[in-house]
Design a protein around this ligand. Structure first.
Ligand SMILES: Cc1ncc(COP(=O)(O)O)c(C=O)c1O
Length: 480
């Protein structure tokens, strides 16, 4: 069994084994002609169920053959140009190389004595990100598992920095289309049920700052404490960017923590064309960035950044067995002092390899391409009478719905769109997402693949129309 341990004596087996796996995946990626096979849960589950985990196969090739059956064949492939659903990007090769290195060396970024150079690399990437944001010389931050955790940590710091008020009196303001992790965080942080105040959005799905000002005022009048405003730079559905400068003004006026959730919009930090859309982000107290959304990084890769490094102390605990206080006094850099996690992956290495290979401009160029693709998609949708499209894209999403020429019942149109999404998924030809707008069911393209062409968008729209029409035809048959 020792032959399976990765060490000085098994380096050759490691090379062979990993190469075998890489060959399989490379062959798979090259031959994938659809983002999904359309397999059903009922068809796939028995294949996984029948495997006896107490009967190992011992042989890498056999294990990979089995993996083909239970996973690789039917996985959802984000690199395929017709995967258009959620905020998942195709990944860049330097980052995948980083992933292979980091799991083989297996550094843990909690303490210097488990990572050494890894800690320095992460710190340099945090500084690099902060410089791009413009948070100033006292800024700091830490890598996290994703935007949800970054938002949670930012709001933890905001809660601790809030001036006065019991937990029940703290209020967090976020737009009605902000990410649900804001609500989850409020709950985890012990705030009251009404803690998150939903602020309406304008026609472009951006937070209405007049409404925000009114709610902040009301909060003060009611003797409550405005703990934080969460501005979203790139909402999940619409990619809309809240008016950051106006929100910064209001936060200053009311002495409120400003958090910018740029989980999606952070790609603009590298953009060659649209960096100005993030103007105002430099005034935030904290920022969430998800490199695994718009920096083309494998899951997970995210960070929470703060204007004032000292605020990270709210996540600091010392333990004799790990990071005794004296280490901080000796200035030994233990990242666990800033993190909610203890054992932590060296995810930063992926971004490091990416920047050292392609440079930030390379990432920015790819992100600019998907934003341009979304504009082309919008032009297609706006000109197509079969579809209603909600807003012009700010980043790279399109929210739309099929509207049959001869059907006026909105509920029936809902059902046709829901059916089209399901049928498309089951066919595996393309994958699109869905959401609700003003109580009605819509479909969504999240465009994060520069390989997707306008012709793919046009073809998928035709497929959607075809499925919706089929549903409506069958529905007519049922009625008659
Ligand atoms: C705006 C926004 N914030 C936060 C998140 C949560 O990020 P994660 O899925 O990495 O936890 C998402 C995810 O889609 C998001 O769109």
């Amino acid at each position: 069994m020792r032959s399976h341990l990765l060490n000085d004596t098994t380096a050759e087996q490691y090379r062979r084994s990993v190469t075998e796996g890489v060959e399989r995946v490379a062959a798979k990626l090259a031959a994938t002609d659809r983002p999904f096979t359309g397999v059903s849960v009922d068809a796939l589950a028995p294949r996984v169920d029948e495997i006896d985990l107490d009967q190992p196969l011992h042989d890498t090739a056999a294990v990979l053959d089995e993996l083909e059956e239970v996973y690789l064949r039917d996985a959802i492939y984000f690199h395929h140009p017709r995967y258009l659903a959620h905020l998942n990007c195709p990944v860049v090769i330097p980052a995948v190389l980083g992933e292979a290195v980091l799991s083989a060396v297996n550094s843990s970024l909690d303490t210097w004595d488990q990572s050494a150079g890894g800690t320095l690399i992460e710190r340099k990437l945090i500084d690099w990100t902060n410089e791009r944001i413009g948070l100033g010389s006292a800024a700091d931050g830490v890598f996290t598992s994703g935007g949800t955790q970054s938002n949670l940590q930012a709001l933890l710091l905001a809660r601790e920095e809030a001036k006065g008020g019991s937990l029940a009196e703290l209020r967090v303001f976020a737009s009605e289309v902000s990410h649900f992790s804001v609500q989850k965080s409020a709950k985890l942080l012990g705030l009251g049920q009404d803690a998150v105040v939903s602020i309406p959005v304008d026609h472009d799905k951006r937070m209405q700052t007049v409404a925000l000002a009114r709610e902040l005022e009301r909060c003060r009048e009611d003797g409550l404490v405005p703990m934080a405003v969460v501005a979203t730079a790139g909402t999940t559905d619409f990619g809309s960017i809240d008016p950051l400068p106006e929100i910064a003004e209001l936060c200053e006026q009311f002495g409120t923590w400003m958090h910018v959730d740029a989980a999606y919009g952070c790609g603009l930090l590298a953009s060659l064309k649209h960096r100005d859309r993030l103007t105002g982000i430099e005034r935030a107290d904290s920022v969430t960035v998800d490199y695994h959304k718009s920096f083309f990084q494998p899951v997970s890769s995210s960070a929470v950044l703060v204007r004032d490094a000292a605020t990270l102390r709210h996540a600091t605990y010392h333990a004799e067995y790990l990071n005794p206080r004296r280490m901080a006094q000796e200035r030994i850099p233990n990242q666990v002092d800033k993190s909610l996690q203890t054992t932590r992956r060296f995810d930063a290495l992926k971004l490091w390899m990416t920047l050292r290979t392609m440079g930030a401009d390379g990432i920015g160029q790819l992100f600019d391409e998907v934003c341009e693709l979304a504009r082309e998609g919008w032009r297609l949708l706006a000109a197509d009478p079969r579809f209603d499209v909600v807003v012009e894209p700010s980043l790279s999403t399109l929210v739309f719905r099929y509207i049959p020429a001869d059907v006026t019942d909105p509920a029936e149109i809902d059902r046709a769109n829901l059916y089209a999404r399901k049928a498309l998924f089951a066919s595996g030809d393309a994958i699109v997402a869905g959401t609700k707008v003003a109580g009605r069911h819509y479909l969504k393209f999240t465009l994060l693949n520069p390989e997707t062409q306008a012709s793919d968008i046009a073809a998928v729209l035709d497929l959607i129309a075809g499925h919706a029409e089929q549903y409506l035809g069958e529905s007519l048959d049922r009625a008659s």
